[in-house]
Design a protein around this ligand. Structure first.
Ligand code: RP5
Length: 169
């Protein structure tokens, strides 16, 4: 029987998908399937609120919210749940994503949104952070994270070795 996803990804628009697929793919690298939904804090506010209100009972452990511009989505989701919410600021049509970043990160006290970087790096980091949270109670995921860090470090060492060889030719 298929396990129900424990990570929910909610994006404000289909136009966010090219960024958010990085989150889905990174979660998959760790063997984690996610639910992906389009819901807007402004265009479908009731659906977004209801999704967050019922997320815990529906088996989710983490919600990732992503939006651009007046990016209130992650904050609205956080206001309707006690689950941890990770926010991804999507670069919108103006201001290089600074609008999305500030709208996502500047939450009032008591309602945190763990905000990651703007765009693709943030989309990947949202997934890694979700894995890190889940790994607190999953030793298999914890092992995978150690390997993930090792592969990253090996990549840097390899790049350095190649650069040194090129410079010292
Ligand atoms: C936000 O407005 C969405 O998350 C998206 O990043 C941005 C633009 O949405 P569309 O006009 O492309 O649907 O709510």
């Amino acid at each position: 029987m298929d396990k129900k996803p424990t990570v929910a990804i909610v994006m404000g628009s289909k136009s966010d998908w090219s960024v958010l697929e990085n989150t889905v793919n990174t979660l998959k690298e760790f063997g984690i399937e996610s639910t992906v939904r389009i819901m807007s804090a402004h265009r479908t506010p009731h659906e977004a609120a209801t999704f967050a209100e019922t997320a815990l009972d529906n088996g989710y452990k983490i919600i990732i919210g992503a939006a651009g511009g007046a990016a209130h989505l992650a904050g609205v989701l956080a206001g309707h749940t006690t689950l941890p919410v990770i926010g991804i600021p999507v670069k919108g049509w103006a201001l290089d994503g600074m609008d999305s970043l500030l709208a996502t990160v500047q939450m009032p006290k008591g309602v945190p949104v763990a905000t990651v970087a703007i765009g693709k790096a943030g989309a990947i980091n949202a997934a890694v952070l979700a894995v890190q949270i889940l790994a607190l109670s999953d030793s298999n995921l914890a092992k995978q994270l150690v390997e993930y860090k090792k592969i990253m470090a090996d990549g840097v060492r390899q790049a350095d070795a190649e650069l040194q060889a090129e410079l010292n030719r």
